[in-house]
Structure formats: structure tokens, C-alpha cells
Design a protein around this ligand. Sequence first.
Ligand code: NAD
Length: 244
Amino acid sequence: MGRLDNKVTIITGGASGIGAKMVELFAQEGAIVIAADINDAAIAAIDNGKNIFGMKLNVMDDANWKELVENIVEKFGKIDILVNNAGISSEKPMDAITVDDWSLMHNINAFGPFLGMKHVSAVMKENGKGSIVNISSFTAQIGMGLNAYSASKGSVRAISKAAATAFGKFGVRVNAVFPGIIETPMTAVLKDSAAYVESMVKATPLSRLGQPADIANAAIFLASDEASFITGSELVIDGGFSAQ
Ligand code: NAD
């Protein structure tokens, strides 16, 4: 028996990195997983037609979310878990960020999770239960110099708290996760700078970078009934980096 048996779960950004690991580990725990991603070729490749289904989603598109949720409810009758994980990153300095850069970052990283919560919470409220896990970043809590990115992730932090407060009485929990540097395609560029990686590892009490499973395992716990009294919480997963 798994910890998420028959829980219908949407994982956005399920085609790569942390999201792809979540798809794998949530399915291992018995969940019926919808890997929702803009990269339709990648989600088609992981769709097994049994317990992992790839569905195309652009998280910043309101109509797209509405259609996705309607399709899932028609096919499975419910939605138990939503993991808002899709995101993009950029390291432009403040004076180089354009209006379009700022808008795209916020539309995907912050407006996306908002839309997901808006559409999915309606179904969860009707069922009287549900669990939402939003993936923020440790850069929302400390100054790491990623300006538009950190701001968008700070927004995820704030809307997670707001949603936890508003949805509690309907039995819907909302928690946020704050990963440190995790080795994924998003951070592959760091590989070009061995000195930077070494300095980050040195500055991390647990002396390593994070792996996608570090985040996926925490998300499984928060999504599961084991966390039934946890809402509005903030779980930092960065090897102790920001604890110093
Ligand atoms: P990744 O680049 O490997 O994967 C991101 C996924 O999001 C991709 O599959 C991509 O296609 C999808 N995506 C992008 N735009 C989308 C859109 N508009 N609609 C739907 N899907 C879209 O990144 P990752 O490292 O696995 O990051 C996952 C999440 O974790 C992100 O929100 C990221 O900000 C957050 N995070 C990552 C790290 C890290 O160090 N890797 C640290 C803190 C937070």
C-alpha cells in the first residue's frame, strides 16, 4: 500500500527536473498522476496510460487550466492533490530586466500557481478535502541576487499563506516548499562554474547540492494524509544553507 493510493494528482512542470522526479515517486506511492507541462513531447514520453498521464498545460493560461481541470474531473471524478511546480529562472541583473522579462517570470512562476489554485480548489472544496503544494524557492527568503525570479517566488510564498487561510475551513490544505540549489536542467548552467558550485557546497552545512528526490519526498509528505494538520507551513529544503 502506498501513501497516496488512488489520489488524483496534478504535477505542473512534470516533464523535467524536480517535477519529473515527483511524477515518478508520487506514482510509486500509488497516486494517479497527471504530468502537466508545456513541453508536450516530453510528457507524451512519460504517459503510460495506466497511472501516469501527460496533459499539455501552459500554466499562465486561464482557459487552459479550466479545460485541464474539466478533463481530469470528467476522466477521474476528482482531484486530490495539486503540486504547482512549473517554473522558469533567469539571472539577469536588475538594470537589465525588461518589462517583458518581469511579466513572463511572474506570469509563469506566480500567476501560474494562482490560476492552478483558483481552478483546482473549486473541485477540492466541493469534495471537502484536498492538498496543494506550491514550489517556491529559498531565494524568496534570502537575497540571492535573482531579482525577478526571487520576487515571483516571494509572491508564491504570500499566495500560499493566503490560500491556506482561506481554504482551511473547506478541508483544503496549502503548503509551500523552499528548495535550495537542486541539480536539474534549470541549474545545469552552474556546471560551467565549478568554483561557484564548490563555494555553494562549502557554504551548505550538509555539504552537498540538493537532488530532485529531496524535494519530491517532502512534497509527498505534505500532500499525504500524514500531514493532515499541516497547512500554511513553509518547508525550507536547502541543506541548511539559509539557516546560517
Ligand atoms: P526544470 O527547468 O528542470 O523544469 C521546469 C519545468 O517547467 C519544465 O518541464 C518546463 O517545460 C515546465 N514549464 C516551464 N514553463 C511552463 C509553462 N508556462 N507551463 C507549463 N510548464 C512549464 O526546473 P526545476 O529545477 O525542476 O524546477 C522546478 C521548480 O522548482 C521551479 O518552480 C523552480 O523555480 C523551483 N526551484 C528550483 C530550484 C533548483 O535549484 N533547481 C531551486 C528552487 C526552486
